[in-house]
Design a binder for this molecule. Structure first.
Ligand SMILES: [Zn+2]
Ligand SMILES: [Zn+2]
Length: 409
């Protein structure tokens, strides 16, 4: 049973609720471009998780089968302690995800939003291939693979609700648990909060290992990362730091640095590269969030098209095990292409229109020809038909704006 898949309706419900509170309080914590990028990276994360056929999981099973030292009890206490043990290893996985270049390249996705709302919780990496290593001690301890997957999913589900700015400090709870307040600190780029509050469910680990930082009223979190991603393209959000590390490895003349920069402290760069290829960092004094203005029609269009892609993604999650390789590959290909194309609409790229008309044609054909349930097929075709005029109008308005700017210049 995929717990995360079943949690999706609750996630969507809570997001809707937070949106209502956001409008009601006039807080403006939501932006269409930011939220869609978060949701799309979440969709890619789940597609990868399903489609890689759980190879890391297989390694866990192998370790469990060959070197498990104990027979872990399948009792209530067995489950509770496994849940706590998982969170302990999660702390270290998460901490290394921030403190080592190659692991940060993967985890950065979760921190790339400059907003902080429930969609940020779903902004997850598509390249978390190495994370399982941190849980292998649990296999040695004899924790059943099914138990591992279950407590892991519950841990992730817990983390969803803390991604909100609408809940203040929670008194004694702040001492023991990860809360909206202490996790806000984790997502901040202010110096005081850097590399703090790594816990998943229990904040106690941070208190034990000296990485705890309380949210400060006189230094409120500025969300995001110093080396801002500045993109609404979910694929670029996933690969930007890998790309930077790759080019640093190419540019440096020192062979030792080429090989080791990946495993050094996050932010470390070869000295001969730093001056020659400087990286832009945010100034927090006059911090401005990354944004690109697009016509309202294109925002509506993007939301409609994201919904179609995500629905296809959820269906994929349900039936993935029964799909042939060609179907699996074409569906993943389509979702990745969609992520790129919708990102290009949000970034107002000149090629966005062409990509989108192509994509609508493919989606329409897929909805008609592929062996999907009839209700899904009708839904997807309807979204294509309803959204097409928004694309036409929105792109026309966007092009007119560009023309007007050009003539003004
Ligand atoms: Zn983190
Ligand atoms: Zn988070």
């Amino acid at each position: 049973m995929n717990i995360l898949l079943y949690a999706v309706p609750f996630f969507l419900l809570l997001i809707a609720l937070e949106l209502i509170v956001d409008k009601w309080r006039g807080t403006n914590y939501y932006r269409v471009n930011d939220s869609l990028t978060s949701l799309t990276t979440g969709t890619i994360n789940q597609l990868v998780a399903v489609s890689k056929r759980l190879i890391p999981f297989t390694i866990y099973v192998m370790v469990y089968d060959s070197v498990a030292l104990f027979s872990w009890p399948d009792s209530a206490w067995g489950w509770i302690i496994a849940f706590i043990v998982y969170d302990f290893f999660y702390y270290w996985k998460h901490r290394m995800g921030h403190e080592m270049n190659i692991l940060w390249a993967s985890h950065v996705v979760h921190h790339s939003s400059e907003e902080y709302n429930l969609t940020t919780a779903l902004r997850q990496t598509g390249t978390g291939f190495l994370g399982f290593i941190f849980y292998l001690p649990m296999a040695v301890m004899g924790i059943d693979p099914l138990m591992l997957v279950t407590v892991g999913a519950l841990n992730l589900v817990y983390q969803f609700w803390v991604h909100t700015r609408h809940v203040g400090k929670l008194g004694w709870v702040e001492w023991f648990f990860v809360t909206p307040s202490n996790h806000r600190g984790h997502h901040a780029q202010n110096t005081v909060y850097i590399d703090r509050n790594y816990g998943g469910v229990f904040i106690l680990w941070d208190r034990f290992f000296g990485t705890y930082q309380e949210e400060q009223d006189d230094d409120l979190p500025v969300y995001g990362i110093r080396g801002a991603v500045r993109s609404w393209n979910p694929l670029w959000v996933n690969f930007q730091i890998y790309n930077q590390l790759f080019w640093d490895a190419v540019h440096t003349k020192n062979w030792w640095h080429k090989l080791t920069l990946w495993f050094r402290r996050t932010g470390w760069r070869p000295p001969d590269v730093v001056d020659q290829y400087p990286l832009e960092k945010n100034e927090l004094e006059d911090f401005e969030k990354f944004d690109i203005a697009i016509p309202g029609a294109l925002k509506i269009y993007s939301i409609l098209q994201y919904s179609a892609t995500a629905t296809l993604g959820v269906w994929f999650g349900i039936v993935a095990a029964d799909l042939a390789f060609a179907e699996l590959a074409s569906l993943i290909g389509f979702v990745l292409f969609s992520s790129f194309a919708i990102g290009s609409v949000l970034e107002n790229r000149h090629y966005a229109g062409v990509l989108e008309w192509m994509r609508i044609a493919v989606l329409f054909t897929m909805a008609l020809l592929s062996p999907i349930p009839i209700a899904l097929s009708i839904g997807l075709c309807s979204i294509c038909v309803i959204s097409a005029p928004f694309l036409l109008l929105g792109r026309h308005q966007a092009m007119s704006q560009v023309q007007a700017l050009k003539s003004a210049a």
